[in-house]
Write a protein that binds this ligand. Sequence first.
Ligand code: ATP
Length: 231
Amino acid sequence: MISVKNLHVYYGLIEAVKGIDFEVKEGEIISLIGSNGAGKSSTLKALLNSVKKTGDINFLGYDTRNHKTHTLVQHGLSLVPEGRKIFINLTVEENLRMGAFNNDENYEHLKDAMYELFPRIKDKRYQLAGTMSGGEQQMLAISRALMGEPKLLMLDEPSLGLAPKIVGEVFEIIQRLRNEGITILLVEQNAFAALKISDKAYVLENGKIVMSGIASDMIGDDAIRKKYLGG
Ligand code: ATP
């Protein structure tokens, strides 16, 4: 679905990502894990062509260098950004409408599908999004991204700031989306939760991939447990 070769990301003189390679195949859940500042968010932004970068990124046969962010979204690449970035002064339903900016003809059908997936946001559909709980806002952010009918859904730290019960709900939804045919690229500091639902994972440190493998093997590996999973 997407392959990334020799990706570098720059912010002025800072090199945030230093030549990484990875791929995500159709139907997989792949995680990028690593601590603060490792370069995970920068990698996702690079895939959407929204930061300065070099390297080859091929998404469904497109060389992403030749496409603007909104065109990549139209081709099926969607990001649920870190911190959700929902429109706090718009209602839940208006946020969903924004997510369907390139998909107007399917709006009603998709909106109903989102309300079925997340009954909690249906109950609040006329409420201002900024007044909802953190968990509800995360669910809205995921719904908004799904309104574009992505083939590859990228989620940046979906567990951030959520109570453990809600984290569990969000991760269950991610698995359900995969079962419905959406490929997932997940960025998480909560490495254990991410590995539990992933097929494969890549560990980023200081802009480089220092380890990669089958997620279940990584959970079972003592050295990895000690270093990245809090024992
Ligand atoms: P976090 O989980 O804390 O977001 P991360 O792994 O996603 O961490 P990035 O946000 O990709 O890491 O940041 C990687 C490096 O790039 C960090 O050193 C960060 O300070 C730097 N960086 C990120 N965005 C910018 C920016 N807009 N301008 C300058 N430096 C930046």
